[in-house]
Ligand binder design. Structure first.
Ligand SMILES: *Cc1c(COP(=O)(O)O)cnc(C)c1O
Length: 383
């Protein structure tokens, strides 16, 4: 049986009638920029994240870019972030002429290592940009306290963590600004590109709303240098239909993660546990470490020793089981960041994660027999 990594058709079908109705409503209504669906989406996200303001923007990438613009990030400013993330996190920093200062990850959570942040702070540091990777919120208490001590802003790259929580707080409402993506593979997915910025700072929220529309306020008067970061009404409308279902989808992802653990345990594959710092005891798989029950499993990432990783992926692909590497090249080793002067070995945990991790199917509509199929295929490999 083939098991896809993600199946957007299965996701669409149960809501097809409602989704098609709102898309048609936009088409027929003639309000294509701004309007009631944009406002409704912003209200729903502000409620979901329990924050004061949400500003819909053109993508998760633009959410990060406009958040940094609103914080007046200038050329030469330093922003502390992780090298083990999607490109956009650091790309937005660099596009403003600022410098991404990388800090290695905690190997158990794949999130920025709080113990390494303080020593990366310099007089030029302006902000910390943690990523809530794979749907698990970074250690924000530690990050916020370092930020407070050095007077730094905290921007959450929450693109993979919509609806995630930690210690009673929602992703996107813990730092100064939160950035989300509605890219079709994300837990809350649009029918194209989209994103949103969240904040509890009303002045900052208003500034972001103005920057999104060319910095224009009032019309044709530009005090700020903004851009076109608007989200179309036709993208907002389907999202307003999907948001009420997000908690149930995130719960289903969590249930799938629980089921994987049972199945891997039953198959005897998890006794050779990863001990951190790249040490494996014999063959087998390491399952994700959940430090908070608010983890929403945007991705389900297992680790295997690097001598098995690529062979296991080939084995899974041959059996038509979807899997992927997030991320094969950490950002400090990307060609476009060569000018930063990093080398192999600079961020050992990120480098190790890039050669040991495999993403398995975790989407909400997976059936139990599909989960069993994935684990059976991995058990057959280790044979
Ligand atoms: C998806 C993603 C982004 C970018 O979002 P887009 O909507 O694709 O622009 C940024 N950061 C992380 C961590 C992401 O996963």
């Amino acid at each position: 049986m083939a098991v896809p990594l993600l199946d957007l058709k299965r996701h669409y079908l149960p809501l097809a009638t409602e989704l098609e109705a709102v898309v048609l409503d936009v088409l027929r209504g003639g309000t294509y920029i701004g309007g009631p669906y944009v406002e409704k989406l912003e209200k729903q996200i502000a409620d979901l994240c329990r924050c004061k303001r949400a500003v819909a923007v053109s993508s998760g990438t633009d959410a990060i870019l406009v958040a940094l613009m609103a914080l007046d990030i200038k050329p030469g400013d330093e922003i502390i972030t992780t090298p083990y993330t999607f490109f956009a996190t650091a790309g937005c920093i660099a596009r403003l002429g600022a410098v991404p200062v990388f800090v290695d990850i905690d190997p158990l959570t794949f999130n920025i290592d709080k113990h390494l942040i303080a020593r990366a702070v310099t007089p030029r540091t302006k902000a910390i940009l943690p990523v809530h990777l794979y749907g698990q919120i970074a250690d924000m208490d530690a990050i916020n306290s370092i930020a407070a001590e050095h007077d730094l802003a905290v921007v959450e790259d929450a693109c993979q963590a919509i609806g995630a929580s930690r210690d009673g707080k929602m992703a996107g409402a813990i730092g100064a600004v939160g950035c989300f993506s509605f890219y079709p593979t994300k837990n809350l997915s649009g029918i194209g590109d989209g994103g949103i910025v969240t904040t509890n700072d009303e002045l900052l929220g208003e500034k972001i709303a103005i920057l999104r529309n060319h910095g224009m306020n009032p019309r044709y008067h530009h005090h700020l240098l903004g851009g076109n970061f608007r989200l179309d009404a036709i993208q907002c409308a389907p999202l307003t239909v999907k948001i009420p279902h997000l908690p149930e989808w995130n719960n289903k992802r969590r249930a799938n993660a629980t089921r994987y653990r049972q199945l891997f345990d039953k198959a005897g594959l998890t006794d050779s546990n990863f001990r951190g710092r790249g040490q494996f005891i014999g063959p087998g798989v390491t399952l994700p470490t959940e430090v908070t029950p608010g983890h929403i499993y945007h991705q389900y990432i297992i680790r295997v020793s690097s001598d098995h990783r690529d062979r296991l992926i080939a084995h899974l692909k041959a059996r038509n089981i979807g899997c992927e590497i997030y991320y094969p090249v950490p950002l400090h080793l990307q060609e476009c960041f060569k000018y930063l002067g990093h080398h192999d070995g600079d961020y050992p945990e990120s480098e190790r994660a890039s050669i040991e991790s495999i993403a398995l199917p975790i989407f909400p509509e997976l059936t139990d027999s599909e989960l069993e199929e994935v684990v059976t295929a991995i058990a057959d490999y280790f044979g």
